[in-house]
Design a protein around this ligand. Sequence first.
Ligand SMILES: [Zn+2]
Length: 386
Amino acid sequence: MGTHYSSREMIDKLIGFDTVSRNSNMELIDFVADYLESHGISSTRVFNDDKTKANLYATVGPMIEGGIVLSGHTDVVPVEGQPWSTDPFTVVEKDGRLYGRGTSDMKSFSAIALSKVPEMIEKGLSSPIHFALSYDEEVGCIGAPRMIEQIAANLPRPRAVIVGEPTMMDIVSAHKGILTLVTTVTGREAHSSLVEDGVSAVMVGAKLISYITDMMAENKARSDADCPFSPPYTTLTCGVVNGGTAGNIIARECSFMWDIRHIPEDDPMMFVNRFIAHCDEEVLPGLRKIAPEASIVTEIRSNVPALNPEDSGEAEMLVRSLTGKNTASAVSYAAEAGQFQQAGFSTVLCGPGSIGVAHQPNEYIDIAQVKAAEEFMSKLIDRLSQ
Ligand SMILES: [Zn+2]
Protein backbone atom coordinates (compact mmCIF):
# COMPACT_ATOMS: atom_id res chain seq x y z
CA MET A 1 0.00 0.00 0.00
CA GLY A 2 1.10 3.57 -0.62
CA THR A 3 3.75 4.95 -2.93
CA HIS A 4 7.26 3.57 -2.51
CA TYR A 5 10.52 5.32 -3.35
CA SER A 6 14.06 4.14 -2.77
CA SER A 7 16.15 6.77 -0.99
CA ARG A 8 17.87 7.51 -4.31
CA GLU A 9 14.51 7.98 -6.07
CA MET A 10 13.33 10.27 -3.29
CA ILE A 11 16.54 12.34 -3.48
CA ASP A 12 16.03 12.68 -7.26
CA LYS A 13 12.46 13.76 -6.66
CA LEU A 14 13.21 16.43 -4.05
CA ILE A 15 16.22 17.87 -5.91
CA GLY A 16 13.94 18.18 -8.97
CA PHE A 17 11.85 20.87 -7.29
CA ASP A 18 13.53 24.24 -7.81
CA THR A 19 13.08 25.47 -4.25
CA VAL A 20 15.59 28.31 -4.30
CA SER A 21 14.43 30.44 -1.37
CA ARG A 22 12.89 33.20 -3.52
CA ASN A 23 10.58 30.62 -5.16
CA SER A 24 7.55 28.89 -3.73
CA ASN A 25 8.20 25.50 -2.16
CA MET A 26 4.54 24.44 -2.47
CA GLU A 27 5.09 21.82 -5.17
CA LEU A 28 7.60 20.03 -2.97
CA ILE A 29 5.35 20.32 0.09
CA ASP A 30 2.31 19.06 -1.84
CA PHE A 31 4.33 16.14 -3.16
CA VAL A 32 5.45 15.19 0.37
CA ALA A 33 1.93 15.59 1.76
CA ASP A 34 0.51 13.37 -1.03
CA TYR A 35 3.20 10.78 -0.46
CA LEU A 36 2.53 10.68 3.28
CA GLU A 37 -1.21 10.60 2.62
CA SER A 38 -0.71 7.53 0.42
CA HIS A 39 0.61 5.85 3.57
CA GLY A 40 -2.30 7.08 5.64
CA ILE A 41 -0.34 9.85 7.36
CA SER A 42 -1.89 13.28 7.53
CA SER A 43 0.29 16.35 7.59
CA THR A 44 -0.13 19.96 8.66
CA ARG A 45 1.03 22.89 6.57
CA VAL A 46 2.10 26.10 8.29
CA PHE A 47 2.07 28.87 5.68
CA ASN A 48 3.99 32.11 5.28
CA ASP A 49 1.98 35.34 5.35
CA ASP A 50 1.14 35.41 1.65
CA LYS A 51 0.58 31.64 1.46
CA THR A 52 3.23 31.10 -1.22
CA LYS A 53 5.37 28.85 0.98
CA ALA A 54 4.74 26.39 3.73
CA ASN A 55 6.34 24.36 6.46
CA LEU A 56 5.00 20.85 6.91
CA TYR A 57 4.91 18.66 9.95
CA ALA A 58 3.58 15.14 10.25
CA THR A 59 3.71 12.25 12.68
CA VAL A 60 4.39 8.61 11.94
CA GLY A 61 3.52 6.28 14.78
CA PRO A 62 1.48 6.78 17.93
CA MET A 63 0.50 10.28 19.09
CA ILE A 64 2.37 10.03 22.36
CA GLU A 65 5.18 11.84 24.13
CA GLY A 66 8.84 10.89 23.72
CA GLY A 67 9.06 10.99 19.93
CA ILE A 68 11.91 12.16 17.73
CA VAL A 69 11.65 15.15 15.40
CA LEU A 70 13.54 14.88 12.10
CA SER A 71 13.97 18.40 10.82
CA GLY A 72 15.07 19.63 7.41
CA HIS A 73 14.74 22.81 5.40
CA THR A 74 13.26 22.50 1.92
CA ASP A 75 14.81 25.61 0.40
CA VAL A 76 18.20 25.86 -1.30
CA VAL A 77 20.54 28.70 -2.22
CA PRO A 78 20.63 30.16 -5.77
CA VAL A 79 22.76 28.78 -8.60
CA GLU A 80 23.10 31.94 -10.73
CA GLY A 81 26.63 32.99 -11.52
CA GLN A 82 28.02 29.62 -10.50
CA PRO A 83 29.84 27.45 -13.04
CA TRP A 84 27.73 24.25 -12.77
CA SER A 85 28.81 21.41 -15.07
CA THR A 86 25.37 19.78 -14.96
CA ASP A 87 21.76 20.86 -14.43
CA PRO A 88 21.65 21.69 -10.69
CA PHE A 89 18.04 20.49 -10.42
CA THR A 90 18.63 17.04 -11.91
CA VAL A 91 20.63 14.55 -9.89
CA VAL A 92 23.65 13.29 -11.81
CA GLU A 93 25.60 10.32 -10.48
CA LYS A 94 29.35 10.30 -11.15
CA ASP A 95 32.34 8.74 -9.38
CA GLY A 96 30.40 7.64 -6.32
CA ARG A 97 28.74 10.99 -5.84
CA LEU A 98 25.33 12.50 -6.51
CA TYR A 99 25.53 16.02 -7.91
CA GLY A 100 22.77 18.60 -7.60
CA ARG A 101 21.73 21.69 -5.66
CA GLY A 102 20.63 20.61 -2.21
CA THR A 103 22.19 17.13 -2.31
CA SER A 104 24.23 17.98 0.79
CA ASP A 105 22.38 21.06 2.06
CA MET A 106 20.01 19.41 2.81
CA LYS A 107 17.41 17.54 0.83
CA SER A 108 19.09 14.12 1.05
CA PHE A 109 18.50 13.88 4.80
CA SER A 110 14.78 14.57 4.42
CA ALA A 111 14.54 12.34 1.34
CA ILE A 112 16.20 9.38 3.04
CA ALA A 113 13.98 9.76 6.10
CA LEU A 114 10.85 10.04 3.94
CA SER A 115 11.79 6.97 1.89
CA LYS A 116 11.82 5.02 5.17
CA VAL A 117 8.19 5.78 5.99
CA PRO A 118 7.00 2.34 4.80
CA GLU A 119 9.65 0.75 7.05
CA MET A 120 8.48 2.88 9.98
CA ILE A 121 4.92 1.69 9.44
CA GLU A 122 5.84 -1.94 8.87
CA LYS A 123 7.97 -2.16 12.00
CA GLY A 124 5.30 -0.49 14.11
CA LEU A 125 6.84 2.42 15.98
CA SER A 126 6.18 2.44 19.71
CA SER A 127 7.47 6.05 19.88
CA PRO A 128 6.62 8.48 17.09
CA ILE A 129 8.82 10.05 14.43
CA HIS A 130 7.76 13.58 13.58
CA PHE A 131 8.79 15.16 10.29
CA ALA A 132 9.39 18.92 10.36
CA LEU A 133 10.14 20.48 6.96
CA SER A 134 10.66 24.22 6.79
CA TYR A 135 10.93 27.02 4.21
CA ASP A 136 13.24 30.06 4.06
CA GLU A 137 16.03 28.64 6.19
CA GLU A 138 18.67 29.97 3.81
CA VAL A 139 17.44 33.52 4.11
CA GLY A 140 17.66 33.78 7.89
CA CYS A 141 15.77 30.79 9.36
CA ILE A 142 12.55 32.71 8.84
CA GLY A 143 10.11 29.86 8.22
CA ALA A 144 10.72 27.41 11.06
CA PRO A 145 9.71 29.47 14.12
CA ARG A 146 6.00 29.44 13.33
CA MET A 147 6.10 25.67 12.80
CA ILE A 148 8.09 25.10 15.98
CA GLU A 149 5.46 27.09 17.86
CA GLN A 150 2.74 24.77 16.54
CA ILE A 151 4.76 21.64 17.22
CA ALA A 152 5.24 22.81 20.81
CA ALA A 153 1.55 23.59 21.16
CA ASN A 154 -0.06 20.71 19.25
CA LEU A 155 2.14 17.64 19.37
CA PRO A 156 2.76 15.35 22.34
CA ARG A 157 6.11 16.47 23.65
CA PRO A 158 9.02 14.97 21.64
CA ARG A 159 12.16 14.07 23.54
CA ALA A 160 14.71 15.07 20.91
CA VAL A 161 15.14 16.96 17.66
CA ILE A 162 17.66 15.96 14.99
CA VAL A 163 18.33 18.67 12.43
CA GLY A 164 19.85 17.00 9.37
CA GLU A 165 22.26 19.70 8.23
CA PRO A 166 25.32 18.21 6.51
CA THR A 167 27.72 17.16 9.27
CA MET A 168 29.13 14.00 7.61
CA MET A 169 26.90 12.17 10.11
CA ASP A 170 28.97 13.59 12.96
CA ILE A 171 27.26 15.07 15.98
CA VAL A 172 27.18 18.82 16.23
CA SER A 173 25.93 20.09 19.57
CA ALA A 174 26.62 23.80 19.15
CA HIS A 175 26.29 26.39 16.44
CA LYS A 176 26.72 30.13 16.37
CA GLY A 177 23.70 32.39 16.21
CA ILE A 178 23.23 35.07 13.60
CA LEU A 179 21.61 38.46 13.77
CA THR A 180 21.36 40.42 10.51
CA LEU A 181 20.91 44.16 10.26
CA VAL A 182 20.60 47.07 7.85
CA THR A 183 21.84 50.52 8.79
CA THR A 184 20.78 53.54 6.77
CA VAL A 185 22.61 56.84 7.08
CA THR A 186 20.89 59.97 5.77
CA GLY A 187 23.03 63.09 5.36
CA ARG A 188 22.72 66.10 3.08
CA GLU A 189 23.68 66.46 -0.57
CA ALA A 190 26.06 69.19 -1.71
CA HIS A 191 28.61 69.88 -4.44
CA SER A 192 31.66 67.92 -3.43
CA SER A 193 33.71 71.14 -3.20
CA LEU A 194 31.38 72.54 -0.55
CA VAL A 195 32.19 70.15 2.25
CA GLU A 196 30.88 72.42 4.98
CA ASP A 197 27.42 72.59 3.40
CA GLY A 198 26.79 68.85 3.21
CA VAL A 199 26.99 65.68 5.24
CA SER A 200 28.41 62.70 3.36
CA ALA A 201 26.38 59.65 4.27
CA VAL A 202 28.97 57.48 2.50
CA MET A 203 31.84 58.77 4.63
CA VAL A 204 29.82 58.41 7.82
CA GLY A 205 28.89 54.89 6.71
CA ALA A 206 32.57 54.07 6.20
CA LYS A 207 33.33 55.15 9.77
CA LEU A 208 30.46 53.10 11.17
CA ILE A 209 31.63 50.03 9.26
CA SER A 210 35.05 50.53 10.73
CA TYR A 211 33.44 50.78 14.20
CA ILE A 212 31.91 47.34 13.51
CA THR A 213 35.35 46.06 12.51
CA ASP A 214 36.78 47.40 15.79
CA MET A 215 34.12 45.60 17.87
CA MET A 216 35.10 42.34 16.15
CA ALA A 217 38.80 43.02 16.83
CA GLU A 218 37.96 43.41 20.53
CA ASN A 219 36.16 40.07 20.48
CA LYS A 220 39.14 38.44 18.89
CA ALA A 221 41.46 39.96 21.49
CA ARG A 222 39.39 38.62 24.37
CA SER A 223 38.67 35.22 22.76
CA ASP A 224 39.08 32.05 24.76
CA ALA A 225 41.42 29.42 23.36
CA ASP A 226 39.07 26.69 24.63
CA CYS A 227 36.13 28.03 22.66
CA PRO A 228 35.20 25.24 20.20
CA PHE A 229 34.16 27.53 17.34
CA SER A 230 36.29 28.56 14.40
CA PRO A 231 36.99 31.43 14.67
CA PRO A 232 36.55 31.26 18.47
CA TYR A 233 34.74 34.56 18.92
CA THR A 234 31.70 36.56 17.79
CA THR A 235 32.28 37.95 14.32
CA LEU A 236 30.81 41.15 12.90
CA THR A 237 30.98 41.71 9.16
CA CYS A 238 29.50 44.04 6.58
CA GLY A 239 28.54 42.33 3.32
CA VAL A 240 26.80 44.99 1.21
CA VAL A 241 27.15 48.78 0.94
CA ASN A 242 25.04 51.08 -1.22
CA GLY A 243 25.37 54.83 -1.37
CA GLY A 244 25.97 57.96 -3.38
CA THR A 245 25.02 59.08 -6.86
CA ALA A 246 28.13 60.63 -8.37
CA GLY A 247 31.79 61.16 -7.63
CA ASN A 248 31.36 64.93 -7.28
CA ILE A 249 28.26 64.91 -5.08
CA ILE A 250 28.39 64.60 -1.31
CA ALA A 251 26.16 61.58 -0.79
CA ARG A 252 22.81 62.01 0.90
CA GLU A 253 22.20 58.34 1.58
CA CYS A 254 24.21 55.26 2.40
CA SER A 255 22.98 51.91 3.64
CA PHE A 256 24.82 48.77 4.53
CA MET A 257 23.95 45.23 5.52
CA TRP A 258 25.88 43.59 8.31
CA ASP A 259 25.70 40.55 10.52
CA ILE A 260 26.70 39.37 13.95
CA ARG A 261 27.55 35.66 14.18
CA HIS A 262 27.70 35.10 17.88
CA ILE A 263 29.00 32.38 20.14
CA PRO A 264 26.36 31.13 22.64
CA GLU A 265 27.96 33.08 25.51
CA ASP A 266 27.55 36.45 23.77
CA ASP A 267 24.27 38.32 23.62
CA PRO A 268 24.15 39.82 20.12
CA MET A 269 21.94 42.68 21.35
CA MET A 270 24.87 43.92 23.40
CA PHE A 271 26.67 44.77 20.13
CA VAL A 272 23.53 46.21 18.55
CA ASN A 273 22.84 48.46 21.54
CA ARG A 274 26.43 49.58 21.73
CA PHE A 275 26.43 50.41 18.01
CA ILE A 276 23.18 52.37 18.26
CA ALA A 277 24.42 54.27 21.31
CA HIS A 278 27.60 55.14 19.42
CA CYS A 279 25.54 56.42 16.47
CA ASP A 280 23.16 58.45 18.62
CA GLU A 281 25.62 59.87 21.11
CA GLU A 282 28.94 60.14 19.31
CA VAL A 283 28.14 60.53 15.61
CA LEU A 284 24.72 62.07 15.07
CA PRO A 285 25.14 65.31 17.10
CA GLY A 286 28.05 66.35 14.83
CA LEU A 287 26.06 65.63 11.66
CA ARG A 288 23.03 67.56 12.88
CA LYS A 289 25.06 70.73 13.36
CA ILE A 290 25.22 70.92 9.56
CA ALA A 291 22.07 68.99 8.64
CA PRO A 292 19.35 68.83 11.32
CA GLU A 293 17.52 66.22 9.19
CA ALA A 294 20.47 63.79 9.37
CA SER A 295 19.66 60.35 10.73
CA ILE A 296 21.13 56.92 11.31
CA VAL A 297 18.58 54.13 11.48
CA THR A 298 19.42 50.50 12.26
CA GLU A 299 16.91 47.75 11.61
CA ILE A 300 17.18 44.12 12.67
CA ARG A 301 16.28 41.81 9.76
CA SER A 302 16.60 38.41 11.38
CA ASN A 303 17.73 36.95 14.66
CA VAL A 304 18.59 33.26 14.97
CA PRO A 305 19.67 31.99 18.38
CA ALA A 306 22.85 30.00 18.85
CA LEU A 307 22.70 26.29 19.73
CA ASN A 308 24.12 25.74 23.20
CA PRO A 309 25.81 22.45 24.01
CA GLU A 310 23.48 20.62 26.44
CA ASP A 311 24.75 18.84 29.49
CA SER A 312 23.97 15.14 28.79
CA GLY A 313 21.22 16.23 26.40
CA GLU A 314 18.72 13.59 25.24
CA ALA A 315 19.31 14.35 21.57
CA GLU A 316 23.06 14.02 21.83
CA MET A 317 22.82 10.81 23.89
CA LEU A 318 20.43 9.27 21.37
CA VAL A 319 22.54 10.18 18.33
CA ARG A 320 25.71 9.03 20.07
CA SER A 321 24.19 5.64 20.72
CA LEU A 322 22.92 5.35 17.13
CA THR A 323 26.13 6.46 15.40
CA GLY A 324 28.62 5.07 17.90
CA LYS A 325 30.34 8.44 17.89
CA ASN A 326 31.63 9.74 21.20
CA THR A 327 32.39 13.33 20.41
CA ALA A 328 30.32 16.32 19.48
CA SER A 329 31.61 19.42 17.77
CA ALA A 330 30.67 23.03 17.15
CA VAL A 331 30.04 24.77 13.83
CA SER A 332 30.13 28.43 12.94
CA TYR A 333 27.14 28.52 10.60
CA ALA A 334 23.68 29.14 11.99
CA ALA A 335 20.81 26.67 11.65
CA GLU A 336 17.31 26.01 12.93
CA ALA A 337 18.63 23.90 15.81
CA GLY A 338 18.98 26.94 18.08
CA GLN A 339 15.32 27.77 17.42
CA PHE A 340 14.17 24.28 18.43
CA GLN A 341 16.33 24.43 21.54
CA GLN A 342 14.99 27.85 22.45
CA ALA A 343 11.49 26.33 22.32
CA GLY A 344 12.60 23.84 24.96
CA PHE A 345 13.57 20.80 22.87
CA SER A 346 16.82 18.87 23.25
CA THR A 347 18.48 19.32 19.84
CA VAL A 348 21.55 18.36 17.82
CA LEU A 349 22.64 18.54 14.21
CA CYS A 350 23.45 15.30 12.42
CA GLY A 351 23.06 14.69 8.71
CA PRO A 352 24.73 13.29 5.61
CA GLY A 353 26.98 15.28 3.30
CA SER A 354 29.52 17.99 3.80
CA ILE A 355 28.99 21.66 4.59
CA GLY A 356 32.17 22.22 2.58
CA VAL A 357 30.32 21.68 -0.70
CA ALA A 358 27.11 23.42 0.38
CA HIS A 359 26.26 26.65 -1.46
CA GLN A 360 28.99 25.79 -4.03
CA PRO A 361 28.73 25.04 -7.75
CA ASN A 362 28.65 21.28 -8.39
CA GLU A 363 27.37 20.57 -4.89
CA TYR A 364 27.34 16.82 -4.29
CA ILE A 365 26.84 14.13 -1.69
CA ASP A 366 28.97 10.99 -1.47
CA ILE A 367 26.87 7.87 -1.99
CA ALA A 368 28.69 6.49 1.07
CA GLN A 369 27.07 9.30 3.06
CA VAL A 370 23.64 8.36 1.70
CA LYS A 371 24.29 4.79 2.86
CA ALA A 372 25.42 6.00 6.28
CA ALA A 373 22.23 8.04 6.67
CA GLU A 374 20.09 5.08 5.54
CA GLU A 375 21.71 2.93 8.22
CA PHE A 376 21.20 5.65 10.80
CA MET A 377 17.50 5.86 9.96
CA SER A 378 17.08 2.09 10.12
CA LYS A 379 18.75 1.99 13.54
CA LEU A 380 16.55 4.82 14.73
CA ILE A 381 13.45 2.99 13.50
CA ASP A 382 14.56 -0.23 15.21
CA ARG A 383 15.20 1.67 18.42
CA LEU A 384 11.79 3.28 18.36
CA SER A 385 10.05 0.01 17.51
CA GLN A 386 11.30 -1.86 20.55
ZN1 LIG B 1 21.21 23.96 5.36
